[in-house]
Design a protein around this ligand. Sequence first.
Ligand SMILES: *Cc1c(COP(=O)(O)O)cnc(C)c1O
Length: 323
Amino acid sequence: MTLRDVYAARRSIAPWVRRTPLKLSPALSKLTGASVHLKLETVHDTGAFKIRGATNRIVNLSDEERARGVVTVSTGNHGRAVAFAAKRVGVRAVVCMSELVPDNKVEAVRDLGAEVRIVGRSQDDAEVEANRLISEEGMIGVHPFDDPHVIAGQGTIGIELLEDLPHMDTVIVPLSGGGLMGGIAMVLKSAGAGIRTIGVSMARGPAMIESIRAGKPVAVQERATLADSLGGGIGLDNRYTFALVKRFVDELLVVDEGQIADGMRQLYRGDNLVAEGGAAVGAAALLAGLVSKPGGNVVCVVSGSNVDMEKFTRIVNGEPSEA
Ligand SMILES: *Cc1c(COP(=O)(O)O)cnc(C)c1O
């Protein structure tokens, strides 16, 4: 994984994925004393940055692989991205999910043009079916983060940041599997501009952070959180993102549920933004004073906007809300 892969990704995805705006947040700037800029990954067609990585993976399939189609088990932002990108590029996509996935999520994936295959009563059952499609029917699995094309796709955010705000001091990125953080941090550190990189996870099950502390990938217990898009492990057989985060990320922070809600409320009231919990963790860390000396130009990557609007309304109105 090098800067070259990310520039190649940028060329690959340019016809399909929009370049996103970087917007100054006067409200967060006033509160922190820094110039805080928001990278708006909320404006993508699928509402989150994962369209970058999924598109880069799919457009780089060989003709023979394209004919076999792609498969995933995600019903969240990655599943939406794979469904959308495959449809646009003209590749068959299957999303496997369990009977327990709510109807609105099933419909959302179907509406994006993917085939939905409902199997069993757990995510594990859906995964067994996806693996069967890969091994028996030759379909191509698209990993949500631990894949060089996916990481390079997410890294294109780093290139856009270098173009729009070359004098960044600090970049704060939501962190789960580490495709987003790993790709961006690799770009910024390779550019050699002395930019400080900070990853933020939720306190409820921060898999990458616990793995970095343990010195190797470890499993964490999954718990309900407002930052649901940051849930899940990094894979005990992690190949790429663990090493990237370890090498290129300077600081790791966690935010609790109340801080995440505060971050969502702040982005809504201060910047008219609908950010899902996982996308608000950077603003949350800044607001909570967890970022030491946040001077100069600070960038927060606001990674997505896919949140149930009733839940969102309760949160921004300050009503008690369970994840
Ligand atoms: C997937 C996701 C993340 C985390 O990305 P990783 O590459 O898994 O670290 C952050 N925010 C949103 C909205 C996401 O969908």
